[in-house]
Write a new protein. Sequence first.
Length: 242
Amino acid sequence: MHNGANAIVVDPGDAVPIQAKLKELNLKLEAILVTHHHADHVGGVDTLRNATGARVYGPAFEVIPEPVQRVGAGERVSVLGIDFAVMEVPGHTAGHIAYFHQGSDLHPTPLLFCGDTLFSGGCGRLFEGTPAQMLTSLTMLSQLPDDTLVCCAHEYTLSNLKFALAVDAANSDLIAYEANCQAQRKANIPTIPSRMGIEKKINPFLRSHTASVAASVQQYNQTAQSATDIFAALREWKNNFR
Ligand SMILES: [Zn+2]
């Protein structure tokens, strides 16, 4: 994002397209925000930092290209005159963080950079964290304001919604959202950023506590009873879904 003169990037996996865009728009890169250590999120950090002198923020407990200013829960990051609160959201990786701006005069809409924790219609795979951690992380994100722009790191929406419809087939909000996203992708328009309000209505990983999603998961795995077990079974079902 940028303000016409300065820019920030989040999770630059590749420096090349970012450098091209900075040049095209004549922007100075002020800062790089990193949510977790995966290569497709940090691959461009060194090149961009060395070329621009941008400062880098990243999670406290993960291996990120140094030097990086490490930030954790409750700390704040101020970039482009916008204040972000750091949230710890383990699950996809053990030290994954997210950046949340609650809205201000400069940027009235709340803004969330959540990396690979929450996607539109889905969530990240559990590479390092437990289902209980991921459920806690997603529950925390779901309590952010409904108009929060959910800036996730990948356009996985249509594939996520195919699974969501298998889980939550009678959800009319989901059916309408899927049709809308299909039309957007046909017109080559990104479906992201999404909004937290719609994610709470359509994303099965934010809805594993609802009767309809829980009943559907229990058909997949009859032993799942607790909230954590139902969430874990839902994630496993998605891992095996074709
Ligand atoms: Zn990742």
